[in-house]
Design a protein around this ligand. Structure first.
Ligand SMILES: Nc1ncnc(NCCc2cnc(NC(=O)Nc3cccc(C(F)(F)F)c3)s2)c1Br
Length: 273
């Protein structure tokens, strides 16, 4: 077990550093575990807010699910501890921070960079689905960048084990596939849809069904109103892959192992992925 995985932790075991960012439920701090000098990210959540939002079961599920996941493209959740008012998640530290900030900075990615990210996300999702875990919240805000520039899926706060398929609404609207927006039964293929949305946003800088009002985004998703703008120039191979993932009938979406054999991925993704 890695140094930060064992025993009952308390705040005294860590030197707290700068704030790495803030999410809806609280801050994330860089921290160093004192005995091992191991750098971690410490997410601080207020119990009151978790109880108020009735998400305590979701947090338990995240910790449970994450404790069984070990993959180079999945951010580790080493463990948690709590005090009177707060819950602390002990997370793997991603030194290059949040992907969405890079996407904002350079507007959109090159086809090689986009394909490399999509391939590594596909491998991470194949691993999750193999363990009957669906993430359900794949979006730029939940992607972090490791020391070698590799992608890490984070925040399994919305993930579930597929045997108890959920009907709950979750995540932002942009990434939800039709079956979730229409809140019918859904399965692992929801992550294929979201990966298709992500691939589009990597290449164009905006998600495919974006609209001013939520109701218009909803309409564009259920209609699969997929349009490719003339700018930036994107290869037809990339458009072909996206068109095979953003399919209304979830059983007809390109399976993830087939995605890894798609010409656009084979020709553009870095082998290490
Ligand atoms: N550079 C960095 N290096 C490492 N991490 C960073 N940021 C933290 C990324 C996260 C990973 N996992 C997370 N999990 C949750 O937030 N879970 C969560 C939170 C509230 C409610 C709930 C629930 F109760 F609704 F489920 C579940 S946040 C950064 Br920036």
């Amino acid at each position: 077990a890695s140094p930060v995985e064992q025993r009952r932790w308390t705040l005294n075991d860590f030197d707290i550093g700068s704030s790495l960012g803030r999410g809806k439920f609280g801050h994330v701090y860089l921290a160093r575990e004192k005995t091992s000098n191991h750098l971690v990210a410490l997410k601080v959540l207020f119990k009151s807010q978790l109880q108020q939002s009735q998400v305590v079961h979701q947090l338990r599920r995240e910790v449970e699910i994450q404790s069984h996941l070990r993959h180079p493209h999945i951010l580790r959740l080493y463990g948690y501890f709590y005090d009177q008012f707060r819950v602390y998640l002990i997370l793997e530290y991603a030194p290059k921070g949040e992907l969405y900030k890079q996407l904002q900075k350079c507007k959109y990615f090159s086809e090689r960079r986009a394909a490399t990210y999509v391939a590594s996300l596909a491998r991470a999702l194949i691993y999750c689905h193999g363990k009957h875990v669906i993430h359900r919240d794949i979006k730029p805000e939940n992607l972090l960048i490791g020391a070698q520039g590799e992608l890490k899926i984070a925040d399994f706060g919305w993930s579930v084990h597929t045997f108890n398929r959920r009907r709950t609404m979750c995540g932002t609207l942009d990434y939800l596939p039709p079956e979730m927006v229409e809140s019918v039964e859904h399965d692992a293929s929801v992550d294929i849809w979201s990966l298709g949305v992500l691939c589009y946003e990597f290449l164009y800088g905006v998600p495919p069904f974006e609209a001013k009002e939520h109701v218009d985004t909803y309409r564009r998703i259920v209609k699969v109103d997929l349009k490719f703008p003339p700018k930036p120039i994107v290869s037809s191979a990339a458009k072909d892959l996206i068109s095979q993932m953003l399919v209304k009938d979830s059983s007809k979406r390109l399976p993830l192992h087939k995605l890894l054999e798609h010409p656009w991925i084979v020709q553009n993704a870095e082998p290490s992925g």
